[in-house]
Design a protein around this ligand. Structure first.
Ligand SMILES: *[C@@H]1O[C@H](CO)[C@@H](O)[C@H](O)[C@H]1NC(C)=O
Ligand SMILES: *[C@@H]1O[C@H](CO)[C@@H](O)[C@H](O)[C@H]1NC(C)=O
Ligand SMILES: *[C@@H]1O[C@H](CO)[C@@H](O)[C@H](O)[C@H]1NC(C)=O
Ligand SMILES: *[C@@H]1O[C@H](CO)[C@@H](O)[C@H](O)[C@H]1NC(C)=O
Length: 605
């Protein structure tokens, strides 16, 4: 009897201290999870006799219990995510029956969970907001699945979260404000399509040790707020589209050990004086657009400190030039991607107009005058052997041309008739589309360059060849004016004009003056300019009298169309009249005025 009592007491003490019997409801939840996950190999041995709290632990399955409740659930499957399957086999999502919403409804009933890892299980769908019901959660790891859409903003309700790992999914859009996650130590959002805004992480109270945002589409400057991250050890921002300068403070963060900013579009000279933290062991800023000299602690003295520095494929001058691009490469590329420098020439208040411009001769030319002028030139076959190709100032945002009377475009929009030309509908492009079209502004696609921007050849998704004009604006907060202007341009379509097919406006919000780059996508008119035809004897023979008359009438009609729309002050030059396959004249450059004191130009050359 005494013996039994002793044994009973022994059991009584033993059970709560070793591990507990799971409450039946949570066992049922585990079986439901098994079914939701379509019985993956790692869970196949579960049956009604399984005691979940005593399962042997393995890297792919961990269940920890405390007080009859599950506190950790780690399940690592073998399904490849889209990120891993890019090159090898096809991705393996769960079947179409899977409902991520019902799945997380079940999972969130495990209300004591502190650590939840669901890795490589083929989960697909968008993360439901109800996930934040797991209020005790400290670690959430959903690496390598097919999670789509935006990160729910309810994620900031995880007040105890230390580790948020959503790597290698299909997440997109902007990251919700994470300021509320005050004790976060690890954030890994790598391998998604998140962006373009750099996540807001809060800058006081920061415990972040590891930040991995690599392989996304973040496009902004590296925020200065990062300098408050005194515990940060690992920073991986590689393979994004980050722009602007390389901030010097990163290297001197007290705890920093490893920094990767490779494959971005950081530009400008490296900061001259940089002091590196003693802990810093690894730095990779290869494949950016950086220029200038390496500061000492990243250059000459780095090897003596066992510090690895990878700097290839920039335009640096002090390293072996073998694996560096020439200086001009970075300059050109940087113009296409970076916000303009912070200049302060505020006095320059001249009336500036935004225009799609042609080369220049005279002021307001009446139609008859222009026709007479052109007939004169064509008949006389004026020959000048200047280089052919695209004239610098075509389609520029022009500064010094005469101001049109009907400048606000309102009349113009009413008077201009839309002409159906078999052109694709006007399209507002994204910067990604512009990059795709020009192969990231590859220098081999650069066909012309002037004081105000570059002209690139590009290919749209439908295969058509276009020209992309990049223009940098320094703008005084007038997106409406820019919008109005682009709307006006979009309506200028006529048989005798080179039409604008679309545009893309990139605004750098981070920049104090809110600067913009405008990309204008133009029809590619293939047959060269009128000037080429008149100056090149092989082409000249093509132009018989009827063709010349046709061209002249075409120019006149084009000019008339522009004038009816209030677009005057266009100075027509032979090299800006292009000819298409049928020798139809196409005016390639015209002015559109904007109200004065709105736009100012940025002369970056
Ligand atoms: C998340 O899961 C991945 C894949 O199993 C693992 O490498 C990583 O260490 C995990 N991170 C955390 C914080 O659990
Ligand atoms: C994100 O992806 C979803 C579907 O995958 C799409 O409908 C949505 O437009 C995307 N959002 C953004 C901001 O790209
Ligand atoms: C960041 O994430 C990427 C992709 O998930 C991974 O390849 C890389 O090793 C991570 N970086 C660090 C420093 O852990
Ligand atoms: C660099 O590494 C070598 C070998 O691992 C070691 O002997 C040396 O002390 C290290 N130098 C510094 C400055 O840490």
């Amino acid at each position: 009897m005494k013996g039994f009592l002793f044994l009973g007491l022994f059991l009584f003490f033993l059970v709560p201290f070793s591990s507990s019997q799971l409450v039946p409801a949570e066992s049922r939840i585990l079986f439901q999870i098994q079914q939701f996950l379509e019985n993956p190999p790692v869970l196949q041995e579960w049956n009604k006799w399984t005691n979940f709290c005593f399962l042997p632990q393995s890297p792919s399955l961990v269940i920890t219990c405390s007080g009859n409740h599950i506190t950790e659930l780690t399940i690592v499957g073998n399904k490849k995510s889209p990120f891993e399957s890019l090159k090898s086999s096809s991705p393996q999502a769960l079947s179409g029956k899977f409902s991520i919403d019902s799945f997380f409804t079940v999972v969130t009933k495990l209300s004591s969970l502190k650590k939840l890892s669901l890795v490589s299980l083929g989960l697909w769908g968008s993360l439901p907001a109800k996930i934040s019901r797991l209020h005790s959660l400290e670690v959430l790891n959903i690496t390598s699945n097919f999670i789509l859409g935006e990160i729910p903003s309810s994620i900031v309700n995880f007040k105890n979260l230390k580790s948020l790992v959503l790597a290698r999914n299909l997440l997109n859009g902007s990251v919700p404000d994470l300021k509320g996650l005050k004790i976060l130590e690890e954030l890994d959002l790598s391998g998604n399509n998140l962006g373009p805004k750099f996540p807001s992480l809060g800058d006081n109270n920061n415990n972040l040790v590891s930040l991995n945002l690599s392989n996304n589409i973040f496009r902004s400057e590296i925020p200065n707020g990062l300098n408050k991250f005194t515990h940060l050890q690992n920073l991986d921002l590689s393979s994004n589209k980050l722009v602007g300068p390389m901030p010097a403070f990163l290297f001197s963060l007290p705890a920093i050990q490893s920094i990767s900013i490779a494959k971005n579009q950081l530009s400008g000279a490296l900061p001259g004086s940089v002091s590196c933290s003693n802990n810093l062991k690894f730095v990779d800023f290869s494949s950016n657009l950086l220029m200038g000299k390496l500061p000492a602690c990243l250059g000459s003295s780095s090897s003596s400190r066992n510090r690895t520095v990878i700097n290839v494929w920039n335009c640096l001058s002090s390293t072996s030039t073998k694996s560096q691009h020439p200086h001009t490469f970075c300059e050109k590329q940087a113009i296409a991607v970076k916000p303009p420098p912070r200049t302060s020439d505020e006095k320059e208040q001249s009336t500036v107009k935004l225009g799609v411009v042609l080369g220049l001769i005279a002021g307001i030319v009446v139609v008859v005058g222009a026709v007479g002028f052109l007939i004169f030139f064509i008949v006389k076959k004026v020959v000048r052997n200047r280089d052919q190709g695209y004239k610098n100032d075509s389609f520029a945002f022009e500064k010094n041309s005469t101001l049109s009377k009907t400048a606000d475009g309102g009349n113009a929009r009413r008077t201009m008739r839309m002409v159906s030309l078999g052109l694709p509908p006007y399209h507002v492009f994204t910067l990604e589309e512009m990059e795709e079209a020009t192969n990231s502004f590859d220098p081999t696609n650069l066909v012309g360059e002037g004081s105000q921007g570059q002209l690139y050849r590009g290919w749209l998704r439908d295969g058509s060849v276009v020209l992309v004009k990049c223009l940098k604006l320094k703008q005084k907060h007038s997106p409406q004016i820019l919008q109005q202007h682009m709307e006006m341009i979009s309506k200028l379509r006529h048989r005798h004009l080179v039409s604008v097919l679309g545009h893309c406006v990139v605004t750098y919000q981070d920049h104090p003056n809110t600067a913009s780059t405008v990309f204008i996508v133009l029809e590619n008119v293939v047959n060269g300019s009128l000037k080429d035809h008149l100056s090149d004897w092989r082409k000249r023979d093509v132009l018989k009298w009827p063709q010349r008359m046709g061209i002249t009438m075409g120019i006149a009609k084009g000019i008339q169309y522009l004038h009816t729309g209030g677009v005057t002050g266009n100075d027509i030059k032979l090299e800006n009249v292009l000819l298409d396959e049928t020798l139809t004249a196409r005016i390639s450059s015209y002015n559109i005025s904007l109200p004065p004191k709105v736009m100012r130009l940025n002369h970056y050359t």
